[in-house]
Design a protein around this ligand. Structure first.
Ligand SMILES: [Zn+2]
Length: 147
């Protein structure tokens, strides 16, 4: 999914689950689980994009995600815990970036890519953004009951 979707889920986990021993692993697990749901993201067709475009899009997506998640979930909780949850929710894509950008074809970068490539379920726009919005909304809604 987009970094924005992952950051929103990471932020919601930080706001709902104050215990880092549960929140951080849950944020890390949320990533592959979300990626199994059919979705669109900027990584689709990455081989055909030039590296600067790829990097700029990924960076913007990540920044947008952190800012949005901060305004919705991060303002009233410990900022370090908030950032840690967001970081863990993105960790697999962050690990995969050196493989995509610089061709670092060795672990953990290549492992992150191969593993993500296997479980990733991609569909085209506009459905790919709709499934994502519904999923993220559903997860945030469900997390309200944890608090
Ligand atoms: Zn991913």
């Amino acid at each position: 999914m987009t970094a924005t979707a992952h950051a929103l889920v990471g932020g919601a986990i930080a706001a709902s689950i104050p215990n880092p021993a549960i929140g951080l692993p849950l944020a890390a697990i949320s990533h592959p689980v979300l990626d199994m749901i059919p979705h669109w993201d900027l990584g689709m067709g990455w081989r055909k994009k030039n590296k600067i475009t790829l990097f700029a899009e990924a960076a913007l997506d990540l920044i947008l995600g952190i800012v949005l998640a901060f305004f919705i979930f991060g303002r009233y909780i410990d900022p370090i815990y908030f950032l840690a949850c967001v970081f863990f929710s993105e960790i697999w894509d962050i690990l995969m970036m050196p493989y995509l950008l610089w061709g670092w074809n060795f672990p953990p970068y290549s492992t992150a890519y191969k593993w993500q490539h296997k479980i990733q379920s991609n569909i085209k726009l506009p459905w790919g953004i709709l499934t994502q919005a519904v999923t993220v909304y559903g997860v945030i809604w469900a997390l309200r009951f944890v608090r």
